[in-house]
Design a protein around this ligand. Structure first.
Ligand SMILES: Nc1nc2c(c(=O)[nH]1)N[C@H]1C(S)=C(S)[C@@H](COP(=O)(O)OP(=O)(O)OC[C@H]3O[C@@H](n4cnc5c(N)ncnc54)[C@H](O)[C@@H]3O)O[C@H]1N2
Ligand code: MOO
Length: 411
């Protein structure tokens, strides 16, 4: 166990809190219908493999005529139309020399044909058709081969994939009516602080609107969790213990904000340290330096700093790592972008700056801080326009326009 006063890197502290978890949540089988709305954002617990080849059979990419390429040797070609195959038809008409069949997009290509001629290249004849020119692509033109998308048994979505509309479409195309997904982690969230007033109320002197709870609960939901909201916890030891008992019961993770610093009323730090052996650390990052964790009746508790930008960024870095571990989700690959402007960074701490992303004339991704004062931790509304968090390395004291940055996406 490292010395609690030691400054940890972001990765060291992330690994420390992630090791509090017992492992991923259980897998559960959920049908696509009627539970589609409940599946969006959930994470696959098992690979989804194609039940058969996709496409399932060789079929036409065009409305036109299924022909034998050899019959197009002399153009124009006059062919006898000996049948018709609409989409969904099981027909497999025989086609002899000088013959063809009308075929529609998606219909199975007759075994005897090798090429489809689109109607646009013909006189659209019903009994006899005249084909003026052959498809440029030659033999096999406009025939979609069985299995050319995926072969039977191929993985269409690996375990750890988050279900989006596109992934769910692929699952359905692969023939599955249900998927096995991780149970949604239950994340209980509460803010601490006597100064906090619910939005909509009136502010007295020294009071502010509570916003961390709303932001973190919404983000936990976006990340695939069930968010449980507790009432604001007052800066009082007994109230804190009672609140924590309720939050921890039945939750996979408790996230608290505020009261982790060294102030006289920093109740989270006080109670978790004294009654749960809580560990409070300084992490080499800005914002988000003061951090703490504990176990309360066996449930991991993450105590984040109260400053809204610090809380949000800490959750993005540490809370998200824990949620991804609970869901066994494949980690998102960071992006690279160039800085759109210059700013200063505290040496010795990794700076995480909310940035908006855009592209420039050369097609480069450009990251620009959403607030002119960079990552000041009380600039609560600077988060709203952020597409990502730019990471400035510990050894940098400033960022110049054009510098290459690593970006964590937050949308
Ligand atoms: N003497 C020192 N003071 C502070 C230090 C330090 O090292 N020495 N660290 C500073 C840093 S960095 C941070 S971050 C904060 C962390 O403080 P706490 O976690 O104890 O947070 P609070 O004091 O409770 O609140 C800080 C700030 O954020 C506002 N807040 C709190 N909760 C909410 C909420 N749910 N919604 C909206 N806003 C919230 C609160 O009113 C304060 O303004 O400590 C520094 N101090
Ligand atoms: O580290 Mo605090 O989190 O700067 O605002």
């Amino acid at each position: 166990m490292p010395d609690p006063r030691e400054l940890l890197t972001l990765e060291q502290y992330r690994d420390e809190v992630r090791s509090l978890l017992p492992g991923p949540t259980a897998g559960e089988t959920v049908p696509l219908e009627p539970d589609l709305p409940a599946l969006l954002g959930r994470v696959l617990a098992e690979d989804v493999r194609a039940r058969g080849p996709v496409p399932a059979f060789a079929n036409s990419a065009m409305d036109g005529y299924a022909v034998r390429w050899a019959d197009l040797a002399g153009l124009p070609a006059r062919l006898r139309v000996v049948g018709e195959v609409p989409a969904g038809s099981p027909a497999d008409p025989a086609i002899g020399p000088g013959e063809c069949v009308r075929i529609m997009t998606g219909a199975p290509v007759p075994t005897a044909a090798d090429t489809v001629v689109p109607v646009e290249l013909t006189d659209e004849g019903v009994d006899v058709v005249t084909i003026g020119s052959a498809p440029d692509r030659g033999t096999g033109a406009h025939v979609r081969a069985a299995g050319e998308d995926v072969a039977a048994g191929d993985v269409v979505a690996p375990a750890g994939t988050t279900l989006t509309a596109a992934v769910l479409g692929a699952v359905a195309a692969a023939g599955h009516a249900e998927v096995v997904v991780r149970a949604r982690p239950v994340v209980a969230i509460a803010s601490t602080g006597d100064e906090l007033v619910a939005p909509g109320g009136d502010l007295g002197r020294g009071q502010i609107f509570e916003s961390n709870g709303t932001q973190l609960a919404a983000r936990a939901m976006q990340l695939g969790c069930v968010a449980r909201r507790g009432p604001v916890v007052r800066d009082d030891g007994e109230a804190f213990v009672t609140a924590l008992d309720a939050l921890a019961d039945g939750s996979d993770l408790v996230v608290l904000t505020g009261g982790v610093s060294v102030g006289a009323y920093d109740i989270a730090r006080e109670v978790l340290s004294e009654r749960a052996g809580g560990t409070f650390r300084h992490v080499r990052m800005q914002p988000g330096k003061p951090q703490g964790w504990a176990r309360w009746r066996g449930t991991p508790v993450l105590a984040l700093p109260g400053n809204p930008v610090s809380a949000a960024i800490s959750f993005e870095v540490f809370g998200r790592a824990m949620i991804d571990a609970l869901l066994a989700r494949s980690p998102e690959r960071p992006w690279r972008a160039v800085a759109g402007t210059s700013w200063r960074s505290p040496g010795g701490r990794r700076q995480l700056v909310p940035v908006a992303l855009d592209t420039d004339d050369q097609g480069r991704l450009v990251a620009t801080p959403t607030h002119r004062r960079g990552s000041a931790s009380h600039m609560v509304t600077s988060l709203a326009g952020a597409d990502g968090l730019a990471e400035v390395p510990e050894d940098a004291t400033e960022v110049s326009a054009g510098d290459l940055l690593t970006i964590r996406r937050v949308r």
